[in-house]
Design a protein around this ligand. Structure first.
Ligand SMILES: *Cc1c(COP(=O)(O)O)cnc(C)c1O
Length: 387
């Protein structure tokens, strides 16, 4: 059907070609000094990320899931505690809660932003208190697809209820709300440097961003087996979860290019908005928000997705479904507490969402092809009267 080579969903090779020289030099420096664990690049990256986001402290770690686990450990959350998480997210958000022995309480999301619904959180906290089985302890808001959750409402809610507020910003590093960058919007912010995230390394990596110096020191202990003043001064049960020096070196090079890439992501999102308007339900930013556009996610009517996906596939345009199963319908998390009224928005989104390619190196020519294919898919669907 198409004479073009198939497009990648995310083109990391193009980014590598652009940054190759700097990355090779950075890797060569690490090979020369040989400090592979917590070497100087790790400290430098933490300082640069603090400067970039405005977060007073940054503690890097092994991955974005561990970042959540470390925060929950530092906050003393464990068995008997409930942590409220959105039902429409990647499994890692709930997994971290379960890993520390606490209970993830699944909450519905907003239909426009896809992010956790503050009213539904308030209802869930009330239900949890009424049951008096679990202690409500925390909220993990996820900045899904790059857009910050509604911290304007979540911060006072968490404060009133005496809960810890964690921002799972695995997808949203570089975004902002009311002029405040992600990293400063909640008590703790966690992020991931998994290759496909907006700021990705060449393996696994993660970080916690926070304002509290004492908690930052505790996180630094927890990521090295609960170590105190010296290697065999073991103060507490911790993890082995450090960002490799090699990955920090790669991230330092990528961070230099990150602002430009965020601008490119914004530009590409704006072109999709223009090219696809009137054809599809498009993602919207809540007032005051910017996005790092980890995904550009459109919504389709029930029952039409399969046809659109296969039309795109045949035309060489890859698409992805984030997420086809909400957590309360997954095998692992179905037994978690969630509202008796159900989680209708999370469920509808899992049937309606479709993400299309968006990465900084997507040039206009290739994007126009994607837009044309999506427009054609819509027309075909119209002519076959699929509802
Ligand atoms: C990717 C992701 C994580 C986990 O990050 P890893 O580095 O893969 O452990 C957690 N939460 C969300 C929302 C994510 O997208």
């Amino acid at each position: 059907m198409s004479s073009h080579p198939p497009l990648p969903f995310i083109d990391l090779q193009a980014q590598q070609a652009r940054l190759r020289e700097g990355i090779e030099a950075a890797v060569a420096r690490v090979l020369a000094h040989g400090r592979y664990i917590l070497g100087p690049e790790v400290t430098e990256l933490e300082q640069r990320l603090a400067a970039f986001t405005g977060a007073p402290h940054v503690v890097t770690c092994g991955n974005g899931t561990d970042a959540l686990v470390l925060v929950l450990m530092a906050a003393g959350i464990g068995p008997g505690d409930a942590v409220f998480v959105p039902a429409f997210t990647f499994a890692a958000t709930a997994e971290a809660v379960a890993l520390v022995g606490a209970t993830p309480w699944l909450v519905d999301v907003m239909p426009d932003s896809f992010n956790i619904n503050p009213d539904a959180v308030a209802d869930a906290v009330a239900a949890c208190r009424a049951e008096a089985i679990l202690r409500p302890r925390g909220i993990i808001a996820v900045d899904l697809f790059g857009q910050p959750a509604d911290y304007v409402r979540l911060v006072p809610l968490a404060r009133e209820e005496g809960l810890i507020l964690i921002a799972d910003a695995a997808q949203s590093l570089g975004a902002a709300q009311d002029g405040h960058r992600v990293g400063t919007l909640a008590d703790y912010t966690t992020t991931s440097f998994f290759p496909a995230k907006p700021l990705g390394c060449y393996g696994d990596g993660g970080a916690v961003l926070l304002a509290d110096a004492e908690q930052a020191a505790l996180l630094r202990s927890l990521r090295v087996h609960g170590q105190g003043d010296h290697k065999y001064d073991t103060r507490r049960v911790g993890l082995n979860s450090r960002l490799d020096t090699l990955q920090a070196a790669i991230l330092l090079v990528k961070l230099e290019a990150f602002s430009g890439e965020l601008q490119a992501r914004d530009r590409i999102a704006a072109r999709y908005a223009q090219g696809l308007s009137g054809l599809y339900a498009l993602p919207t930013l809540s007032p005051g928000n910017s996005s790092s556009w980890a995904q550009y996610t459109i919504q389709l009517e029930t029952g039409t997705r399969e046809r659109i996906v296969s039309h795109c596939r045949e035309a060489g345009v890859p698409t992805a479904i984030y997420y086809p199963v909400p957590l309360h319908r997954s095998t692992a998390y179905a037994a978690c507490p969630w509202s008796r009224q159900g989680l209708p928005v999370a469920e509808a989104l899992s049937e309606h969402v479709l993400s299309v390619p968006l990465f900084p190196d997507l040039d206009s020519e290739r994007q126009d092809r994607i837009i044309a294919v999506l427009a054609q898919a819509r027309k075909q669907q119209g002519s076959t009267k699929v509802h």
